[in-house]
Design a protein. Structure first.
Length: 688
């Protein structure tokens, strides 16, 4: 049975053999078809890959060409426009926007759209072009360090990115930092698609091959923009430097013109000063010589018995006195053959010219101090009425021989001014002297002082004259140094041209302003304001100005001069000054002791215990302050009044701080009178 089965199987196998070959062929055929399909698929993939590679190659070639082009550009707008066009039309994204930092006056920096390209309708384009957001926007913080970017897919939810989606109509996008600065990002680029167009465009995917050329493009554009910004910054700096150089050149040119003008003015000033100084010096030098010609020495014979005097052109030494018969002694005597009245007028002329010369020198010295910034104000409370009274008294002596009338107008109520009395008096006196100079004989000068209240209370001073007036085009320059309305060598009126400049600077130091109103042929009005301190707004206790009848009594007292008594010691190394001091003080009734050696002066003062000591400050070996220290604590000398003689006004404050009197140089003859010296002595006894 088994064998039969076996044979059967063999037979069956033999019968089936032809079918098996057919199946094999069919299988092989199928395998071949599968391999062909695989090969075709592989070929298709290779073709697709080749096409992709060709596209990538084209893109990179275009990128290389674009990079070379960008390197030649210096226009930011053109660079941004090329960038957005390449992204949309070469990389096949739907939309691309470039934002750069833009600062407007008065606001913080914002990112604003520079260029935009893509499939936007008109309304969307308008909205995009007007879009802006802060540089410190939270979404920009997501960019992190340089080289990173932000990828927001369609299904990605981010609150920080919502504003970008809403403003720029993007559902998926790349956000690249385009330019950077130390404080953060100053520009960026948005590349992306809307939801409805995304399937037709290059998708936003961090794994897509397009990201590589896109990143390369952004990096190249970023470098180019940085270079352009650097170049523009250099150009701006160069332009700024060019402007600065031009401005400095103009300033130097103006400064040179000013310097040349200053040199010219100073040259004119020196020429004027030479004339102005030589004019009074002419009288001071020549008048004594003219007066000396009226004096001559003659032989006089004096009787040794009766003291009778005889003048003779022959020798009478052997002739007895005709009165008493005693022997005559020969002596030399100086006699004056001139007219005493004429001599007195010449002496008054010398005094007048000397005073004028002193005022010229003081103007120059005051101006020099102001130019060097060394002048300071010593503030003190001064009654307005008192101030005007002092000015009136000073000017009364100055214009005593002038045919001009000065009238003073005071406010109804007096006030106290916190000012430097000396400097403010100088301003008023300068203005009044200026008015006197330019006012005809018989003219009138008015001095007004008025109070002004309100939020800015002040005292307004006005000096009006009816003189020649000032042309309108020269009303400003008269306050400049070395300036005069008539600067010619043939001018009628003298002066240094510094008086008004000094007046303006002193008014400025007091916090006020000075101006002028004038018309040719009708006179001038100088006006200046002195601010009132809050404590000055109330009436002061200063005495009212004297009435005319009181003034007559005062003048009557002056006509009966006070005579001094006691000893005055004068210490100075200048022998000629000592001789003048002796003459002045002996005339006032004092016993005068003159000392040249400062070390000897200490012993003389302790021995004589004088009533008054006049002490020169600047002496060789031992100055006046050192001499003063030797006896200032002596109880025996507590009542002694010390007058410091010095021409350096910077030492005035030190003298006053010692409680003594500053005499100055040249000496003020008003202080050297017995009346003034006795008043100082009385004040010293009262204080002790």
């Amino acid at each position: 049975m088994e064998k039969f089965t076996l044979k059967t199987n063999v037979l069956e196998e033999g019968k089936k053999a032809p079918d098996k070959d057919a199946d094999s062929l069919r299988n092989e055929n199928q395998n071949l078809r599968n391999q062909v399909r695989l090969l075709m698929a592989a070929e298709s993939k290779l073709y697709t890959l080749q096409e992709h590679l060709n596209q990538q190659q084209q893109i990179y070639a275009k990128l290389a060409e674009l990079g070379r082009k960008l390197n030649t550009l210096l226009n930011v707008d053109e660079i941004c426009k090329i960038l957005v066009n390449f992204v949309v039309y070469e990389l096949n994204f739907e939309r691309c926007v470039v934002l750069l930092e833009s600062k407007r006056p008065g606001e913080a920096g914002k990112l604003r759209v520079n260029s935009c390209e893509g499939y936007y309708d008109d309304a969307e384009m308008d909205a995009v072009m007007n879009a802006e957001f802060q540089v410190e926007s939270p979404v920009l913080a997501e960019l992190g360090d340089e080289g990173t970017h932000l990828c927001v897919k369609e299904d990605h939810s981010c609150d920080k990115c919502a504003i970008i989606r809403e403003v720029f109509f993007l559902d998926e996008f790349f956000l690249f930092p385009l330019t950077r600065k130390e404080e953060g990002i100053s520009g960026c680029i948005l590349v992306g698609n809307s939801k409805r167009q995304a399937r037709y465009q290059t998708r936003v995917d961090s794994g897509d091959d397009t990201l590589v050329p896109l990143t390369s493009l952004v990096r190249q554009a970023s470098i180019t923009l940085a270079n352009v910004n650097s170049y523009n910054a250099l150009e701006d700096e160069r332009a700024r430097l060019d402007i600065m150089v031009a401005e400095r050149t103009q300033e130097l040119s103006r400064a040179l013109d000013s310097a040349n003008e200053a040199v010219r003015l100073k040259g004119e000033f020196l020429a004027k000063m030479s004339h102005e100084l030589r004019t009074p010096l002419n009288s001071i030098v020549n008048v004594p010589a003219a007066l000396a010609a009226d004096y001559r020495e003659v032989d006089v014979y004096v009787c040794s018995g009766c003291s009778a005097e005889f003048q003779s052109d022959t020798d009478e030494s052997e002739t007895p006195c005709p009165e008493c018969g005693e022997k005559l002694e020969r002596q030399m005597m100086t006699i004056c053959e001139g007219d005493p009245a004429e001599h007195l007028s010449f002496l008054n002329l010398v005094k007048q010219q000397g005073t004028h010369l002193l005022s010229l020198v003081e103007d120059v010295l005051n101006f020099s101090k102001m130019e060097s910034g060394k002048i300071t104000l010593n503030y003190e409370a001064v009654g307005l009425y008192h101030l005007l009274g002092e000015v009136e008294q000073t000017m009364r002596l100055s214009i005593r021989d002038s045919a001009r009338c000065i009238r003073y107008f005071r406010p109804e109520h007096d006030v106290e001014l916190v000012v430097d009395e000396t400097k403010l008096k100088q301003v008023l006196i300068n203005l009044i002297n200026n008015a006197v100079k330019f006012t005809r004989h018989g003219g009138e000068i008015d001095v007004h002082a008025t109070l002004s209240g309100g939020i800015d209370p002040h005292v307004r001073f006005q000096v009006r004259d009816d003189g020649i007036g000032i042309p309108y085009n020269q009303q400003e320059i008269i306050f400049e140094s070395f300036r005069q309305v008539d600067g010619s060598s043939t001018r009628v009126h003298g002066g240094t041209g510094l008086g008004l400049s000094i007046a303006r600077q002193l008014v400025d130091l007091h916090g006020g302003q000075i101006s002028v109103q004038s018309e040719l042929g009708k006179g001038s009005r100088f006006i200046f304001d002195i601010p009132l301190h809050p404590a000055q707004r109330f009436p002061s206790k200063a005495p009212l100005p004297p009435k005319p009848e009181d003034l007559k009594d005062e003048l009557a007292e002056i006509d009966c001069p006070v005579k001094g008594s006691g000893t005055v010691v004068v210490v100075d190394n200048d022998s000629s000054l000592l001789a003048v001091a002796r003459k002045i003080l002996q005339r006032e009734g004092y016993t005068v002791i003159c000392v040249q050696d400062p070390t000897e002066a200490v012993a003389v003062v302790h021995r004589e215990q004088p009533k008054i000591l006049i002490l020169d400050v600047q002496m060789p070996g031992m100055d006046g302050f050192a001499v003063y220290e030797e006896f200032r604590k002596s109880k025996a000398l507590r009542e002694m009044v010390v007058l410091f003689s010095t021409g350096d006004e910077s030492e005035k404050e030190k003298v006053l701080s010692l409680g003594e009197v500053w005499l100055g140089k040249p000496w003020n003859t008003g202080i050297m009178t017995a009346e003034a010296l006795e008043r100082y002595c009385e004040d010293r006894r009262f204080r002790i």
